[in-house]
Write a protein that binds this ligand. Structure first.
Ligand code: SF4
Length: 268
């Protein structure tokens, strides 16, 4: 039986399907809950702190203000339902590490010089004229540079990718650039990933070629998702990501039974 298609396609869904179709199915089609992870929680905390920092007047965006914003984010995030079941092995080390990421952010740029025009900005546009699916993305920060051009910034709290994987990691910001171009009629002059752990910035300039490439890539992924839903055919693709996969117990590549996951969906 054909499965219902997802209504939206985001950068994370594109990457999820590309990396492993079965994991995509569990997460996006079946909506199996994923247990909260410390890494995701830390990322949420740091993003929230930087969002609060940029809500302040430019001259107030100091390290001390950012640390106060991290404290505020801790209250908001740690008490939210999403992370209520999170068990931290070493709570002090977890919070110290989040603070280190916020401090390192200041080694990458001076937030007093940034002119944000959107924070956690939700953008959405149809993939094509038929409007079968909406492309949707939330941009961490959209700003204007000195020349008045758009700049898309995405904060990253994980490890810096190897040179070999650098291009692939830019898919998300190219996707955001595409959304900006569609909705505002202007291609951003710069897209950047700010890796706070090193810290390191990976910067690219969107071009006609990269924009068309992104469009083709997303179109091809969507066609593959349509085919997979039509045939109910989502195959596992074992790889390095399996170590972190929340659905490993149900994965046939590891002796699991996907039907058990479906029982969970039916029961919930
Ligand atoms: S364990 Fe690996 S192959 Fe199996 S669903 Fe997860 S990512 Fe895919």
């Amino acid at each position: 039986m054909a499965l219902a298609l997802p209504a939206t396609l985001s950068p994370s869904k594109v990457v999820s399907f590309r990396d492993c179709a079965l994991s995509f199915r569990f997460s996006v089609i079946d909506r199996l809950p994923e247990p909260p992870s410390a890494a995701a929680c830390k990322g949420t905390l740091v993003h929230k702190a930087l969002e609060h920092l940029y809500a302040r007047p430019a001259e107030d965006r100091t390290v001390d203000a950012a640390l106060a914003d991290l404290d505020r984010a801790r209250v908001e995030v740690m008490q939210s339902g999403e992370y209520a079941d999170l068990c931290l092995e070493d709570e002090a080390a977890f919070h110290a590490s989040a603070e280190t990421l916020v401090r390192r952010y200041f080694q990458l740029e001076d937030p007093r010089t940034i002119r944000p025009i959107g924070l956690e900005l939700l953008l959405s546009t149809p993939l094509d004229e038929q409007g079968k699916v909406a492309l949707r993305g939330i941009i961490d920060r959209l700003e204007l540079d000195e020349a008045g051009d758009l700049v898309v910034t995405d904060y990253k709290t994980g490890k810096v990718p190897s040179e070999r994987h650098e291009h692939g990691r830019l898919t998300g910001v190219h996707f955001y650039s595409y959304l900006c171009e569609k909705l505002f009629g202007r291609r951003p002059a710069r897209i950047q990933l700010l890796y706070l752990s090193e810290p390191m910035a990976i910067i690219a300039t969107p071009s006609e070629q990269s924009t068309r490439g992104l469009e083709r890539k997303v179109g091809a992924i969507w066609s593959a998702i349509e085919r997979a839903c039509e045939r109910d055919d989502f195959r596992p693709k074992p790889g390095v990501l399996c170590s972190w996969c929340a659905y490993k117990d149900y994965c046939p590549a590891f002796g699991g039974d996907p039907a058990r996951a479906m029982e969970l969906v039916t029961a919930s």
